[in-house]
Design a protein around this ligand. Structure first.
Ligand code: GDP
Length: 520
């Protein structure tokens, strides 16, 4: 049976330790978890991860894979797409943002905006993904709320439009003023935060009696915000000009139901999507989906390969045979259900916004489209500006064949970008990554899956710019610069630091040097 309930598909963007795992669990507690698609974290002694596929993932207690968690909330289905969240960053963290319709930016009240949050925010901005901001850990001493609003406006150029405003400063949290209804939502500390915190609402008159000073301070600031044009405006939010803000304590379960309500009320659902040739597929057309993540080697006893796809249009039915756009070949989806959890019974259908996983999907690559009905091919998932570079070679030259095959496979999966140059030769290409963790994945898989242990040598480059053949010539021989070619033909100029890149741009103004924030 087709499940036609509206979808909300979002990701949480945050810096490590802001509380993403805590919030995820709190959301799951409030909603009813339907399926766990290989998802969430296994930090400390918290609930173990569903996909503990790699020994490395287990030993480090982090989630390397990204998948989705699906909840039932009110009359909606909510898909939370997991962004791998460790101080080590990877391209997957960025790529999942191509599969969501909105993002929740989780900010630690004591720390404000942090580097990883900013990086992820930039990807959202480039893709036009509306962002809801949650200021977390308000139960602890932190920055002033107006100061935080300033910081958001200065650093990400979005106008913050708070929907709730804290009553009591950070660390002395009494509750929030609901700026749209004018009510007070009382904060109740719960033991360990493990239960669903009751949300008590009361009118302004009732609060006056209890918390006069804190309430009147919050009311004053609320009025200031209104005068400053900081009220929510749905159109401006969807246009990426403003970000609704709310204050929460994920640990204490405060604000969690409010966030779910906001997602339902304000965040956009799936919408019509254009293919590379401009053809537009509306959500109720025939089935189509695109792959945003491919993962292999989950089970060392047999080679498997999982491709995660986001449904763009139509209804997915288990077992249907679809067309793989890049080869034109049929693709059978009979194993599609296996993704959904360990003991969960198979999921028979999926709707636009849902994430499905195909097992044994040898043919599928990141960015590929699969469809039913008339042809459609969605634009490729962009690759992102790498910041870490390593030269790689086979430890045992006798295993060069395995080495080459492995590197080619990891390149195709998008685990790392592979860069080559005549100078370095084919036996020692350069691997480029957004985060250093990607190299560990390469090392592990080259050893265990492709049976060719590798040697990695760190290169002293910090950033890459896109250039062209002519630029490559002009740059060759300059100190602190090296030009290599990505497998897709793009010329990449690697620089030891940004000052050198700036200097070269100044001295050779004719050389093409594009920044690669995203979409490179
Ligand atoms: P992640 O790295 O973003 O997934 O962060 P975690 O969810 O693991 O949280 C990091 C730490 O902050 C943990 O010790 C949490 O218990 C704590 N934490 C998360 N949310 C809150 C909150 O709302 N209030 C307080 N006081 N601590 C929190």
């Amino acid at each position: 049976m087709t499940d036609n309930r509206p979808r909300r598909t979002f990701a949480v963007i945050s810096h490590p330790d802001a509380g993403k795992s805590t919030l995820t669990e709190a959301l799951a507690l409030h909603a009813r978890v339907l399926t766990e698609a290989g998802a969430v974290h296994g930090k400390g002694n918290r609930r173990a991860t569903v996909s503990d596929w790699m020994a490395m993932e287990k030993s480090r207690g982090i989630s390397i894979t990204s998948a989705a968690l699906q909840f039932d909330y009110r009359d909606h289905v909510v898909n939370l797409v997991d962004t791998p969240g460790h101080s080590d960053f990877s391209e997957d963290t960025y790529r999942v943002l191509s599969a969501v319709d909105s993002a929740v930016m989780l900010v630690d009240a004591g720390k404000g905006l942090e580097p990883q949050t900013l990086k992820l925010f930039r990807v959202c901005a480039l893709r036009g993904i509306p962002v809801i901001t949650v200021i977390n850990k308000w139960d602890r001493p932190g920055l002033s709320p107006l100061g935080l609003m300033d910081e958001i406006e200065q650093q990400i150029k979005l106008r913050p439009t708070p929907l709730t405003w804290p009553v009591g400063e950070a660390g002395d949290f009494r509750g929030v003023l609901d700026r749209r209804s004018g009510e007070f939502v009382k904060y109740t500390r719960t033991a360990g935060g493990a239960t669903r915190a009751p949300e008590r609402r009361m009118s302004a008159a009732e609060v006056e009696d209890v918390d006069a000073a804190a309430w009147s301070a919050a009311s004053d600031e609320h009025e200031l915000l209104t005068l400053d044009d900081a009220d929510h405006d749905q159109e401006r939010f969807l246009a990426g000009e403003t970000t609704p803000v709310m204050f929460a304590s994920a640990l204490q379960n405060f604000g969690v139901a409010q966030l779910l309500d906001l997602l339902l009320e304000l965040a956009p659902g799936p919408s019509a999507t254009a293919g590379v040739d401009g053809t537009v597929r509306s959500v109720d057309d025939d089935f189509s989906a695109f792959v945003f993540k491919v993962q292999s080697g989950m089970n060392s006893s047999h080679r498997d390969r999982m491709a995660y796809a986001r449904v763009v249009s139509g209804t997915f039915e288990r077992g249907m045979v679809v067309t793989h756009a890049s080869t034109g070949r049929p693709f059978a989806t009979k194993y599609a259900q296996a993704l959904f959890g360990r003991e969960t019974t198979s999921v028979e259908t999926a709707a636009p916004g849902d994430i499905i996983g195909f097992v044994n999907a040898q043919a599928l690559r990141v960015g590929d489209t699969v469809y039913d009905g008339p042809p459609i091919d969605y634009p490729p998932v962009p690759s992102f500006a790498p910041e870490h570079f390593m030269a790689v070679s086979a430890r045992d030259i006798g295993r060069y064949k395995q080495f080459r095959r492995g590197i080619e496979q990891l390149d195709q999966e998008g685990v790392v970008q592979v860069l080559r140059s005549e100078l370095r030769g084919d036996q020692a290409p350069v691997l480029a990554a957004v985060g250093p963790l990607q190299f560990e994945v390469v090392e592990e898989r080259m050893t265990n899956e492709f049976t060719s242990p590798i040697r990695l040598t760190r290169l002293d480059y910090q950033l890459a710019r896109r250039t062209d053949a002519e630029g490559a010539q002009q740059l060759s021989g300059l100190r602190g610069v090296e030009v290599l070619q990505r497998t897709d033909g793009t010329y990449m100029a690697l620089f030891t630091d940004k000052w050198r890149a700036k200097n070269v741009a100044r001295e050779l103004p004719d050389v093409r040097l594009d920044e690669l924030p995203a979409g490179g």
